[in-house]
Write a protein that binds this ligand. Structure first.
Ligand SMILES: [Zn+2]
Length: 261
C-alpha cells in the first residue's frame, strides 16, 4: 500500500459507521425536502397564449394550434381563431362552445388567439353547501384560496350533478377588420340559460396585479355532462352542494406572439 492510500485507509478506519450513517441520513433528508419545496415545473405551470389586452384590442387571429396547446395541459379556458366560440378544456379534450349553442370537439388544426391551460393537480378540496349566484360562488372561492395566498394563480374544477340554472354566453366569429372586443360583445354575443343541467365548471383565477395580462379574479367556463352545451358563465345557482377541487399553479409561462408583424 502506498503512503497516500494508507492514509485514506486509516481515515476510513477512524470514521465510525455511526458517523457515515448520520451523514447519509442528513443527505437523504436534504434531498427529500428539496424536492418537496420545489414543485414539478411541467405539472405546476399555467401556460398562456397571448394577453387579455391583445384580445380586448381585437387580436383575434390564432397563434398556435389546438394540437400544440394540448401539449401544455389537460384543463383550461380560452377562445378560437376569429373568436369562434368559447374554449373549455376538460380531461385533455378541447371543446368549442359556439354562438348557436352547439358544442363540438375542436379540430386539432384550429388555431388559438388567447387561452390558459395547465395540468390539473388537486391541492385543495372544498365543499360549498349550495351556490346562490356567481358573486356568491366567487366570494366563497376567494375565501377558500385566501389561506393559500391570493397572490398566485389557481385553476379550479367543479363537477356539478345538477345546476338549478346556469347562464352562459358565446359569440359569433369575426371578420377583418376586427372591432375591439367590447364592441363585438354588444352586437355579437349570444346568451343561453339552461335549467336542471349537470356538467363541469372550469374556473381560472389570476391575482389583481395581472390586470391587462389576464382577467383578474375568477373566470369560469361550463361544459354540460353530455358535452352538448357550454360557454362562458354569467350566472349559476345550484340546489345541492358543490365540491370544488383547486390547483395552485406556482409557475406561469406566457407565449406572447408579435401581433403587429
Ligand atoms: Zn370566458
Amino acid at each position: 500500500m502506498r503512503n497516500k492510500e494508507k492514509l485514506q485507509y486509516q481515515i476510513f478506519q477512524n470514521t465510525s459507521f455511526f458517523q457515515i450513517m448520520v451523514s447519509l441520513i442528513i443527505a437523504i433528508v436534504l434531498l427529500v425536502s428539496c424536492t418537496n419545496d420545489v414543485p414539478r415545473y411541467d405539472n405546476e405551470t399555467m401556460y398562456q397564449v397571448s394577453t387579455l389586452q391583445s384580445l380586448l384590442d381585437g387580436g383575434y387571429d390564432g397563434h398556435i394550434t389546438v394540437e400544440e396547446l394540448r401539449n401544455h395541459g389537460d384543463i383550461g379556458v380560452g377562445t378560437f381563431d376569429k373568436i369562434d366560440g368559447e374554449m373549455i378544456v376538460v380531461d385533455g379534450t378541447v371543446y368549442q362552445a359556439r354562438y348557436d349553442g352547439s358544442v363540438n370537439i375542436a379540430n386539432d388544426s384550429l388555431t388559438v388567439p388567447f387561452a390558459n391551460i395547465t395540468y390539473f393537480d388537486r391541492d385543495v378540496t372544498i365543499i360549498l353547501p349550495k351556490v346562490a349566484g356567481l358573486p356568491d360562488l366567487t366570494a366563497r372561492l376567494n375565501e377558500a384560496i385566501r389561506e393559500y395566498g391570493a397572490s398566485q394563480i389557481y385553476m379550479a374544477r367543479m363537477d356539478v350533478a345538477n345546476c338549478e340554472s346556469i347562464h352562459v354566453r358565446s359569440e359569433l366569429p369575426q371578420q377583418k377588420p376586427y372591432r375591439p372586443l367590447a364592441e363585438v360583445l354588444q352586437t355579437d354575443q349570444r346568451e343561453f340559460t339552461y335549467m336542471n343541467i349537470g356538467g363541469t365548471i372550469v374556473a381560472l383565477y389570476f391575482p389583481d396585479f395581472f390586470d391587462k395580462q389576464n382577467s383578474t379574479g375568477w373566470h369560469l367556463h361550463f361544459l354540460s355532462a353530455d358535452k352538448k352545451k357550454g360557454g362562458h358563465i354569467f350566472d349559476i345557482t345550484t340546489n345541492d352542494s358543490v365540491t370544488v377541487h383547486i390547483d395552485a399553479t406556482p409557475y406561469y409561462k406566457l407565449y406572447m406572439p408579435n401581433v403587429n408583424k
